[in-house]
Design a protein around this ligand. Structure first.
Ligand code: ARG
Length: 307
């Protein structure tokens, strides 16, 4: 008795598995000949980029303007590796930390494998011919909380080094001591990206920036009229309280920077917000100073940093 039940169960499983496989094959046939595997996994933003590409839909920063060429040499685009056009492939931003390391948001690269992502660097315009690199390792912060959007930070190691120079240049992380002096109410910050220029809008081919985005203290940002307590000590807020200027979908993972007496420093990573550019609902960024030690440990020894 027991034996035949096991056999039925196994047969059932076999039928189920083959039906799913056939269904998938049919689905893949109707679209393009890419590996099914690539089409089926990735973060929400990754999948959006894939679906827009397959639907041949070309679905931006809100209230900003074109970034001057070469003004943000640390900005990179995260793209779907098997989509050749870097604009169609784009799904998130990222920042160059060194020849081999990129920092981005955890929500951009969670549920993805390194082979599915290629980064484009050294260009304001997402066109073929720009420097492209493959990814060999993704480190998502072990305390990333997708419900609260807490610890929204990840690192990616590239398979080959980037040619650093005028157009590709690492940016240092803001340190906690510098933060206490620089991140004060209304301090002007800069955010850049190829994301939507309005909520629900399309990504853009040419990099855009907002370079006088006011810093918003956490107390204000946590007000009942604003985010009502959702801002943790691992987040910072920036944006005018009246709205109109903000990062938006597709900017995620990209840099929020602060000018210092010497060079600009990375203060935040585009993380979340309620819609985009709405009054009181300013942009929320991963607070980089909280991860300086973690990043340094990872860059020194990737195997041991996430324990
Ligand atoms: N989560 C968005 C993304 O994945 C970024 C949102 C930033 N939103 C904002 N209002 N600042 O692209």
């Amino acid at each position: 008795m027991k034996k035949s039940r096991t056999i039925y169960l196994m047969m059932g499983l076999l039928v189920f598995a083959s039906v799913s496989l056939i269904a998938e094959a049919v689905r893949a046939q109707g679209t393009v000949s890419i590996s099914q595997d690539s089409a089926l996994k990735g973060s929400k933003l990754y999948m959006e980029a894939v679906n827009n590409y397959l639907d041949k839909k070309q679905p931006k920063i809100v209230g900003g303007e074109l970034a001057p060429i070469g003004a943000y040499p640390w900005q990179v685009s995260l793209g779907v590796s098997w989509i050749a056009d870097p604009y169609s492939a784009h799904f998130c931003g990222g920042t160059v930390l060194s020849e081999r390391w990129i920092i981005t948001a955890a929500h951009c690269v969670v549920d993805t494998s390194p082979a599915r992502i290629a980064i484009t660097a050294g260009t304001n315009t997402l066109v073929a011919g720009a420097t492209r690199r493959n990814v060999k390792l993704i480190i998502v912060h072990k305390s990333y909380d997708p419900i609260k959007d807490d610890n929204d930070v990840a690192l990616m190691e590239l398979t080959d080094p980037l040619p650093t120079g005028i157009f590709i240049k690492p940016i240092p992380l803001l340190t906690p001591t510098a933060e206490s002096v620089l991140l004060i109410e209304d301090a002007p910050l800069a955010v850049t990206g190829w994301g939507a220029t309005e909520f629900g809008g399309n990504k853009v081919r040419d990099l855009r920036h907002l370079n006088k985005l006011p810093f918003v203290p956490t107390l204000t940002c946590n007000d009942v009229s604003a985010y009502n307590g959702r801002i943790t000590e691992n987040m910072i807020c920036a944006g005018p309280r009246l709205g109109g200027k903000d990062s938006c979908q597709g900017d995620s993972g990209g840099p929020l920077t602060v000018e210092t007496a010497t060079t600009p420093k990375l203060a935040g990573i585009v993380s979340w917000g309620e819609k985009c550019a709405e009054p009181d609902k300013v942009g929320v960024y991963t607070r980089v100073t909280r991860y300086v030690d973690w990043v340094n440990r990872c860059l020194n020894n990737a195997a041991s940093c996430n324990q």
